[in-house]
Design a protein around this ligand. Structure first.
Ligand code: FES
Length: 166
């Protein structure tokens, strides 16, 4: 049965985009996480926005038979470089890494299994349970986790992103 999963997502604020544009830093936008763009410079924590249901009643993200399907025309956060989403039911993190490419990772932290206390800042996923940090490809940057996050295959067909979490 197809479900409309619970998600958390983040994206760049227009103010941050303007700041980067004026500072000539567009080329490095993908180097930063959403926290940089959505919060004040002294505020390291990214804002998490619960997904807003689209006006037509459908969901921009669905989850069925271990496949996450994302309508990029409606999944506003994910359609931007640095945008990311946690799909809780699928236990998956998805991040737009730019150039039309996406990385998808398990949201089950390899330290002790927290699966939803994630933030994304300066291109780094942070598990707030005990502070482990992972690169956007799942590599461990800082423990206590020792093992990378498993990655899932992604596919983009037109404006539809699919992630196979099986
Ligand atoms: Fe993620 Fe401990 S469960 S850091």
């Amino acid at each position: 049965m197809k479900t409309n999963p619970t998600i958390k997502s983040g994206h760049l604020s227009s103010e941050r985009r303007d700041f980067l544009r004026k500072s000539g830093s567009l080329a490095i936008m993908s180097m930063f996480g959403i926290g940089f763009f959505t919060s004040c410079a002294e505020d390291e924590e990214p804002r998490l926005d619960d997904s807003t249901p689209p006006a037509n009643g459908g969901s921009a993200i669905s989850f069925e038979n271990n496949i996450i399907t994302v309508d990029l025309d409606r999944a506003e956060a994910l359609d931007r470089t640095g945008g990311w989403t946690l799909v809780i039911e699928a236990r998956a993190l998805i991040v737009n890494v730019g150039g039309g490419n996406f990385n998808a990772l398990t949201s089950v932290c390899t330290h002790s299994g927290c699966d939803r206390n994630w933030s994304f800042n300066n291109d780094v996923f942070i598990c707030s349970c005990h502070g482990s940090r992972f690169a956007n490809d799942g590599a461990v940057l800082q423990g206590p986790a020792l093992t990378p996050l498993r990655s899932f295959p992604t596919n983009v067909d037109g404006r539809t992103l699919t992630v196979n979490v099986s």
